[in-house]
Ligand binder design. Structure first.
Ligand code: NDP
Length: 290
């Protein structure tokens, strides 16, 4: 066949979206998943279900991995490692930078070439113009497969070190999970006070959007190492987080999240940052303090 071909291993929401993006782009798509029934949807749309991992590894120009973590990669590929030689593995599974470096060395030792990746978007954005993914590894390898990678999402090449794509991915997720959990906590307090998710949405969305403005305002100061307390003071911040915590408690809502925040703010006060900006929490995170 002269058709371009890819293999997708792992058919959670991201793997299924990836397989569909390749089908839509006219690729021959081979899939494999531990729980074979998860392939039913994409097979009905034209993908081929490989009979074994070895078979899945032997067909595609690229082998896309879309798994929960690197343990899942080893669980799947280790028993089929003889079929890895000559393949190009693109691992879009989440894990730490260190695990990615180990994974790259592991795959290369078995004769595979390796691209580390991480999607910056949700399943619905895969294969759309909003999509992007972080990649790292040998630049000529990423460039050689750029057209195939661009089927999934915009390609953001972060550098040669295979730890870089997961690092950027974890930087994004570190912010995402704490912000999203903060929203859910806020919604719990709102609900406890008779305010619905729909009623909260315009204000919550406004608050979320305003965070980006704060990042832009503070970045030049942080870049210059300044925590000047001219527009906000940490002592104001600690009082504010106390009020947020007490409002949650009075509403009968769990306070673990604001209390964790409060303990960090209080350590900033103990470290002597009361009259400086709340950005001085950066120094607490970096280990400053008593
Ligand atoms: P899921 O956790 O839903 O899918 C995981 C896949 O990994 C399944 O195919 C599952 O197989 C397989 N798997 C897990 N453990 C093992 C194991 N021990 N052995 C064999 N197979 C295993 O993940 P998603 O599809 O949601 O995401 C895939 C990756 O993409 C993750 O790393 C995630 O962090 C990342 N991501 C997810 C986003 C999202 O919005 N969902 C957004 C951006 C990135 P089985 O079906 O048999 O359980």
């Amino acid at each position: 066949t002269t058709k371009k071909s890819v293999t997708v291993i792992g058919l959670g929401p991201m793997g299924q979206a990836s397989a569909r993006a390749y089908l839509a782009a006219g690729y021959d798509v081979t899939v494999w998943n531990r729980t074979a029934s998860k392939a039913d949807g994409v097979v009905a749309e034209g993908a081929k279900l490989a009979g074994s991992v070895e078979e899945a590894l032997r067909v595609g120009e690229l082998v896309i991995l879309s798994l929960t973590d690197y343990d899942a990669m080893y669980a799947i590929l280790e028993p089929a490692a003889d079929a890895l030689a000559g393949t190009v593995v693109v691992n879009l599974s989440s894990d730490t930078p260190e695990r990615s470096r180990e994974g790259a060395a592991w795959a290369e030792k078995r004769g595979a070439r390796y691209i580390a990746g991480g999607f910056g978007v949700s399943p619905a954005q895969v294969g759309t113009p909003e999509g992007f993914a972080y990649y790292s590894g040998p630049e000529e390898l990423v460039e050689a497969h750029r057209p195939a990678l661009e089927v999934l999402a915009r390609v953001d090449y972060m550098g040669a070190d295979p730890g870089l794509a997961p690092l950027w991915y974890q930087l994004q997720l570190g912010m995402f999970w704490s912000s999203f959990a903060a929203y859910l906590h806020t919604l719990a307090v709102a609900n406890a006070n008779g305010i619905t998710a729909e009623e909260l949405l315009p204000y919550a969305a406004d608050t979320a959007d305003s965070v980006s403005g704060f990042l832009k305002f503070y970045t030049p100061r942080l870049q210059a190492g300044s925590h000047e307390g001219d527009v906000d003071r940490l002592s104001m911040g600690v009082a504010s987080v106390e009020h947020v915590t007490h409002t949650a408690r009075d509403s009968g809502v769990d306070t673990a999240l604001p209390e964790a925040l409060l303990s960090v703010f209080r350590r900033g006060i103990e470290a002597g940052f009361a009259d400086r900006s709340a950005t001085s929490l950066l120094e607490v995170f970096k280990g400053a303090g008593p």
